[in-house]
Design a protein around this ligand. Structure first.
Ligand code: AGP
Length: 607
């Protein structure tokens, strides 16, 4: 996730406005910054790594001349946060400046083709191909707008882009596919940005660009076209009445709610990983003798789920271990044949980094999955994959959890293919289902986003909760319980359902809510028995189960119905969503702030 901003002003310098716009988009990324402005027929690009205010200060970006310009704040996905990888990017001749948010999936092929045609690349980003594609099209003697349109047609993946050039000094061309882009019009000029708050200080007349749309901005407004055929569209901006604070949360009352609703799109991004990194990580896993998944908190629960995935799909035993226990538990037996896959949203969790350091010292191979490119974890790992969820502001992990699961399931699936332990047909079918998961999560949010608030109402005064599941669903139950614990501070238990009779059932009494996670499939086995066990002791049963599961429905007090046909091995991704919502609504009903749970920090960098 990155932030992009552009403006064509009727008069005055645009640079301070770009600065202000980017500050309001800083939540989208903050590892490097760059501006491009046009003045007296000259395009000037200045950029560097670092946070917005620091780079603006050190390069004097606020003083750049010109009333047309674009700016970018970056959250690295391809290429380190270095000056050369910061946006804007340009072509060989320095005629265009391109800023981009998204992931160009076919950039390797496009780059190879452009290199063969003699283009020189200066960065390691996917974005730079866009500038060179535009340059290539401009050789055909077409105008900038037409060249941008033609270039966009080569791109596969997600993008919000904005392009400026000295050849048309009072224009910005921009477009979107699956990455957000909004336009704004005012008496002072025209604007484009990744998000409304960046534009709101200047105008409340906003138009949300839709997928596949392209816009030409000038000082008086914009014209819209479809990318695929260049046909013109007519759509007027709407007037929004949000405050800036509301706009930062896109109208959601809390970041956590916004981030839960971002999951369909963050999951789509997690499906756009570069194959060569997936290949690299699977090669290391395949070669290892002793395999470990190491993480803390929510990331650890993603690892528990992943251990089921690796075992079921690739017949690979990989132990999930809490990072603070790792050195004590397995530290002495680690060696050159051990592989440690560390999973950390922040890449900065102290306990996880300690485990990683120890593994490195024992000559084990360390690989990583993280949301923060060039975090400490990335610097210490032999190879890593970025989950591409964008910054998460809410302290409780939501979209980063589901994306971690998506990345880990792709690794398991890849290993399943290479090891050939399950049939190719089975892997193909699963992969097809995996690509449907973002849509399924969207349906779940649509159906239950608000109604879970009513359900929670019935349980708001309870002082103990229990979350149960079997098989891979025990990981979902653990994560559901952690969300509830973090946000509402209500004591709660979670463990694999079969464990009840070995002790924990002693706490169950009349009216205790027990949440069962029971997707159809292997993990549903024996769950009816577990539910009956709880019912017999007076528990209130809330089941998250497949729509039409009559048996579970008939023995539950409340049911959260999930779409049919979700494979058990992928079920934690959609099945955790109602549990996130449950915790969120319970917190709100208890007048607690879900974004800032007490005693917790987003990133735990201390022992
Ligand atoms: C999740 O809601 C928590 N905030 C916490 O458990 C978190 O997952 C844990 O601290 C690990 O963080 P990491 O993924 O950044 O390493």
């Amino acid at each position: 996730m990155c932030g992009i901003f552009g403006s064509v002003l009727k008069e005055g310098r645009v640079a301070p406005i770009i600065h202000d716009g980017l500050k309001r988009l800083e939540y989208r990324g903050y590892d490097s910054v760059g501006f491009a402005t046009i003045d007296s027929g000259v395009l000037q690009i200045l950029k560097d790594k670092g946070r917005i205010d620091d780079v603006v200060e050190s390069l004097g970006l606020d003083k750049m001349p010109g009333s047309t310009g674009v700016g970018h704040t970056r959250w690295a996905t391809h290429g380190a946060p270095e000056m050369i990888n910061a946006h804007p990017h340009s072509d060989c001749e320095g005629r265009v400046a391109v800023i981009h948010n998204g992931v160009i999936e076919n950039f390797m092929e496009l780059k190879e083709e452009l290199l063969n045609r003699g283009h020189n690349f200066t960065s390691r980003t996917d974005t730079e191909v866009i500038a060179h594609l535009i340059e290539e099209e401009m050789k055909g003697d077409v105008g900038l707008g037409e060249a941008v349109l033609k270039a966009l047609r080569f791109l596969e993946g997600s993008y919000a882009v904005a392009v400026v050039s000295a050849t048309e000094p009072d224009k910005i061309y921009c477009a979107r596919n699956e990455s957000p882009l909004v336009l704004g019009v005012s008496d002072t000029g025209t604007f484009c940005a990744s998000d409304v708050p960046a534009i709101l200080p200047y105008t409340n007349k906003i138009l949300y660009l839709r997928n596949g749309e392209f816009a030409e901005l000038d000082k008086d407004g914009f014209t819209l076209k479809l990318i695929n055929d260049g046909s013109t569209l007519i759509r007027a901006p709407m007037e929004i009445d949000w405050t800036i604070e509301m706009a930062e949360k896109q109208g959601y009352p809390y970041f956590m709610l916004k981030e839960m609703y971002e999951q369909p799109s963050s999951l789509r991004n997690a499906l756009r990983l570069q194959q060569r990194y997936l290949d690299l990580l699977t090669t290391f896993l395949d070669r290892g003798e002793d395999l470990f998944l190491v993480a803390a908190g929510t990331s650890y629960y993603a690892c528990i789920a992943a251990s089921y995935m690796f075992s079921k799909l690739a017949r690979l035993t990989i132990y999930p271990v809490i990072s603070s226990e790792f050195v004590e538990q397995y530290g002495s037996s680690l060696g050159v044949d051990s592989v440690v896959l560390a999973v950390s949203q922040s890449g900065e969790t102290y306990d996880t980094l300690q485990a990683v350091e120890h593994a490195r010292m024992r000559a084990a191979t360390v690989i990583g999955v993280t949301n923060t490119v060039f975090s400490s974890l990335c610097r210490r790992a032999r190879a890593y994959i970025s989950q591409q969820s964008g910054p998460e502001i809410g302290v409780a992990a939501t979209k980063t959890f589901t994306s971690q699961l998506m990345v880990l399931s792709q690794l398991a699936m890849k290993l399943a293919r290479t090891k050939g332990k399950i049939s190719q047909d089975e892997v193909d079918e699963l992969e097809e289902k995996m690509f449907q998961i973002p849509d399924i999560v969207e349906q779940v949010l649509e159906r239950h986003g608000e109604s879970i608030g009513d359900l929670v109402n019935k349980y708001v005064d309870k002082n103990l909760y229990i979350f149960l599941g079997r098989g891979i669903s025990s990981a979902t139950a653990l994560e559901g319980r952690l969300k509830l614990l973090e946000l509402t501070y209500v004591p709660s238990l979670a463990y694999p359902a079969g464990e009840s009779k070995h002790g924990p059932i002693s706490v169950v009494e009349e009216g205790v809510p027990v949440v069962f996670v029971c997707p159809r499939g292997e993990s549903r086995k024996d769950i009816v028995g577990s539910i009956m066990e709880m019912k017999a002791r007076g528990a209130k049963i809330i089941s998250v189960c497949e729509e039409g599961d009559k048996e579970i429905t008939s023995i539950s007090d409340d049911v959260i119905a999930m779409p049919m046909g979700i494979p058990d091995v992928l079920s934690p991704i959609p099945y955790v969503v109602p549990l996130q919502l449950f915790a969120y609504h319970l917190a709100v009903q208890k007048s607690l702030d879900p974004d800032k749970p007490r005693n917790l920090a987003k990133s735990v960098t201390v022992p």
